[in-house]
Design a protein around this ligand. Structure first.
Ligand code: R5P
Length: 300
């Protein structure tokens, strides 16, 4: 019958336009990120929790240059069970495809640089992922190592700027990771230099190490969010104290690896870190949670 599938015209005169209420502008919760397109903001909101403005990212990409790292020998057994506690996983496409269930709901930041192994000059990296594959895998960000002061400094910066350009074409943000060579001091002057260079040249998020003095100057001088790198394994309370100081001094969260997956209880540790990062819990309180969840007796 003629017109059978044509929807009726909506001629009601009681529509609610609320002409007296200005349209809501939701703004955006992340530092320096207000002018990105919707897709990039949406991906950033999958990495950072909008409620706290922070992230607990779990770095498990170590194998891309150092092979089967302690704690990551079997990612299916050690990481997959705790992955739901992470706001985002930082990992290689090899582990993502082979080992992480496609049902995973959290953020994914994919390692996009690589080349040299631990046996060679580490700064000699190249872009190691085509942005088309990052899109295909539905990731929320890509990560690239930047070796400021390193032998292949310019090449590593170019790796980052190439990824930033490619990322803007598809709405994928880039995490610039400030890599510190053995010969470089991790002080506020160096970290301020390296993080600012990453941000100035386009990284939407920067990962860097914590330093005991002047870290608040590093975060203040970086116009985009900084996430704190974990570094070598520390006793759990010390790692929680470092994460606490970092977020109180302006970091938008952490991207920790060994301090979580090499803990005696990775599941307990990642939840304790989240308490510090998202709830501003004191390290002692988070450590109590760690002990409780790991089944250890809480000292009186
Ligand atoms: C940086 O060089 C890589 O992303 C590492 O695999 C990762 O950041 C190391 O994490 P962590 O130092 O916390 O074990």
């Amino acid at each position: 019958m003629k017109g059978e599938h044509v929807p009726e015209a909506d001629a009601r005169d009681d529509k609610q336009f609320h002409a007296d209420i200005p349209a809501l502008d939701h703004g955006f919760f992340l530092k320096g990120s207000g002018s990105y397109d919707w897709g990039m903001k949406n991906r950033l909101a999958r990495i950072f929790r909008p409620e706290s403005g922070r992230t607990v990212m779990l770095a498990i990409d170590h194998g891309y240059f150092q092979g089967p790292t302690t704690g990551l020998e079997r990612v299916d057994l050690s990481i997959v069970p705790i992955a739901p506690h992470a706001d985002a996983l930082m990992l290689t496409r090899g582990i993502l495809r082979s080992t992480i269930p496609a049902t995973h709901r959290g953020g994914i930041v994919m390692r996009a640089s690589g080349g040299p192994s631990i046996l060679k000059e580490l700064s000699d990296e190249r872009v190691a992922v085509d942005m088309e594959d990052a899109v295909r895998m539905g990731v929320h960000g890509v990560a690239v190592q930047v070796f400021v002061g390193g032998e292949h400094e310019t090449q590593s910066v170019e790796n980052m700027t190439k990824l930033v350009d490619a990322g803007y074409r598809v709405g994928i943000p880039v995490l610039g990771v400030t890599a510190v060579g053995k010969e470089l001091t991790r002080d506020a002057r160096y970290l301020g230099l390296a993080t600012r260079i990453c941000a100035e040249l386009g990284a939407q998020v920067v990962k860097t190490y914590y330093c005991d003095e002047g870290f608040e100057k590093v975060t203040a001088g970086c116009p985009v969010p900084i996430v704190m790198a974990g570094g070598k394994k520390l006793p759990e309370l010390e790692a929680l104290e470092m994460a606490y100081r970092a977020v109180q001094e302006g970091a938008a969260g952490v991207d920790m690896g060994r301090n979580i997956f090499q803990s005696e209880s990775p599941a307990a540790m990642i939840q304790a870190v989240a308490k510090v990062v998202h709830e501003d819990a004191q390290p002692a309180e988070a450590y109590e949670l760690f002990q409780e969840l790991s089944g250890a007796a809480v000292p009186a």
